[in-house]
Design a protein around this ligand. Structure first.
Ligand code: NOJ
Length: 554
């Protein structure tokens, strides 16, 4: 497997609104980010991915872009961004931008022009259709976030398509002028010096011609007609021709991907279209159908998914590994245990960072932040949470159950401000009121406390990332999952004569674990663990709650 800088790196994701407020207006910003660059560097990552920093009316907090070539006033200015880029590069931190091109904001100038009528040169930048008959949408598609996928525009008697919120009209990527605009935007940022892109729902950009009706679902009806559309590869190939002029990297967000379908895009060699993909399979182990229908966490499924991705991509493609981001609730509250926060936080980190692939770490994950338990819908900010709540109520779910699902599954769980210290507003802002409520547990879960405590989750992440950096086996070794009890996930990595055993317990119960006979624990070094060591007998031991251990034989 060819070594590449983007395979060696690990990435920190910033959701700017909630990271750090430098100017005291209650909203995170570039000044705040610049003040925390040393913190990020000390964590041991090599790159920062910014969720959108661009001007946006915030129908979907930045994922509705009103101008692709500027910085939102909430966050600062383009000049300030250039300073940030420079400061990051000085520290050897790469910068990855969010490329959101399936849709724009309805306040983007292209859309404002587009809705002026068919004669306007921008009309075809978006997907406009006549109704099937008066008052009837062009097809039965439903959006992911907000009811029907069509919005009527009285002035021109046509509907526009939005597969997400109303304020996020889908671009018509079949129009070569739109693709030209996108290529120019990519160049604009790469010429400025950014190092790559995370590409938002990139696999949705090509829609099936004729926009046929979809299989009826309570939400996202029609998705089968755009989740991997007929021209997707052609368009990605065009964008790749731009990327080829730079030493940059791409990770595509790709809902509903399997290793087999992903390989069509990320298999290394001539036809490779993206460097890696974010899939979702491992994020569906505590829900069914949609992430709002919550079930008990199933470690067996998680193991199967990881085994599949690790083995099927080995040697031919590269994984993008994550367990949290701005769309996912906090992982300790899902696959770990708040009661065993420290142990399970470290175990979950080990579980995915010791696999092959580029690890992504979401702000707050490294200090073990947990879900805030916001128990009234009026206090939520996220368009998808508010509308999914209403949908579930409409479908007949009780208020109590709907609220329970919301508290567990809402994206807002990941969007409360970063907890820096135990002072006012957790050190996030000096304003009276932060833009969104802070998890009251900041009193004891905060970056400062984590820095001071030698055994903290934060210090464990630092050790783990250093270990990955220094050992090629973690990056490039092959992967073999061991047969164990269902609540234990254990795997062996092998590379150039070295062997590594990773053990993770997903239970607070004590369980017996025995290493395979060809991995002799007494010959190995215990390189990482979340408990004091205890005796190994007959090449095995009893696990403690959420225990993790990494043994290395050099
Ligand atoms: C995926 C992003 O991660 C999410 O936050 C956003 O709402 C949708 N794409 C639409 O852009």
């Amino acid at each position: 497997m060819e070594k590449k800088w983007y395979k060696e790196m690990s990435v920190y994701q910033i959701w700017p609104r909630s990271f750090c407020d430098g100017n005291g207006d209650g909203i995170g910003d570039l000044e705040g980010i610049i003040s925390k660059l040393d913190y990020i560097k000390e964590l041991g990552v090599d790159a920062i991915w910014f969720s959108p920093l661009f001007p946006s009316p915030n129908a979907d907090y930045g994922y509705d872009i009103a101008d692709y070539r500027d910085i939102s006033k909430d966050y600062g200015t383009l000049d300030q961004f250039k300073v940030l880029l420079d400061e990051a590069h000085k520290r050897d931190l790469k910068i990855i931008m969010d490329l959101v091109i399936n849709h724009t904001s309805d306040e983007h100038s292209w859309f404002k022009e587009s809705k002026k009528g068919e004669d306007n040169p921008y009309h075809d930048y978006y997907i406009w259709r006549k109704g099937r008959k008066p008052g009837k949408e062009p097809n039965n598609w439903l959006s992911t976030f907000q009811g029907k996928a069509w919005e009527y525009c009285k002035e021109i008697d046509k509907y526009y398509l939005h597969v997400f919120a109303k304020g996020q009209p889908d671009l018509n990527m079949d129009n070569p002028k739109v693709r030209k605009e996108i290529k120019d935007i990519i160049r604009f940022w790469l010429d400025m010096g950014v190092d790559g892109f995370r590409e938002d729902v990139i696999t949705f950009i090509s829609k099936e011609p004729g926009l046929p009706n979809g299989f009826p679902l309570p939400t996202a009806t029609g998705i089968e007609h755009y989740k991997n559309g007929p021209n997707l590869k052609k368009y990605l190939q065009e964008f790749k021709e731009v990327y080829n002029d730079y030493d940059c990297f791409t990770v595509g967000e790709a809902p509903m991907m399997t290793p087999k379908s992903a390989l069509e895009f990320i298999r290394e060699g001539e036809g490779q279209l993206l460097n890696m993909m974010f899939h979702f399979e491992h994020m569906n182990c505590d829900n069914i159908i949609t992430n709002w229908i919550v079930t008990p966490f199933r470690p067996g499924k998680l193991k199967k998914v990881y085994n599949n991705w690790q083995t099927k991509l080995h040697g031919i493609a590269w994984n993008a590994n994550y367990i949290e981001n701005h769309d996912q609730p906090r992982i300790i509250s899902r696959y770990g245990s708040e009661k065993y926060r420290e142990q399970s936080g470290k175990m979950l980190a080990t579980m995915y960072i010791c696999q092959s692939g580029t690890p992504f770490i979401y702000q707050g994950q490294e200090i073990g932040m947990t879900n805030p338990r916001i128990d009234s819908i009026d206090r939520y900010k996220d368009v998808s949470s508010i509308n999914t709540y209403a949908l579930f109520r409409k479908l007949g779910f009780s208020d109590k159950l709907t609220m329970k699902f919301c508290m567990y599954a809402s994206r807002d769980n990941a969007r409360t401000p970063m907890q820096w210290n135990d002072g006012k507003n957790a050190g996030f802002t000096t304003a009276e009121e932060p833009w969104f409520e802070i998890n009251p547990n900041y009193i004891f879960i905060n970056a400062e406390a984590e820095q001071k405590n030698e055994n903290s989750i934060l210090n464990y992440y630092k050790k783990l990332l250093r270990f990955r950096k220094e050992n090629d086996i973690v990056k490039y070794g092959d992967f073999e999952m061991l047969k164990t009890e269902k609540n234990i996930f254990a795997y062996i990595r092998k590379y150039e004569g070295q062997k590594m055993l990773v053990l993770c317990s997903f239970s607070e119960k004590e369980m017996a674990f025995r290493a395979p006979s060809d991995f002799c624990i007494s010959e190995a070094e215990l390189v990482l663990s979340n408990y004091e060591s205890n005796p190994v007998i007959h090449n095995g031991f009893f696990t403690r709650p959420y225990e993790t251990r990494v043994y290395l034989i050099k």
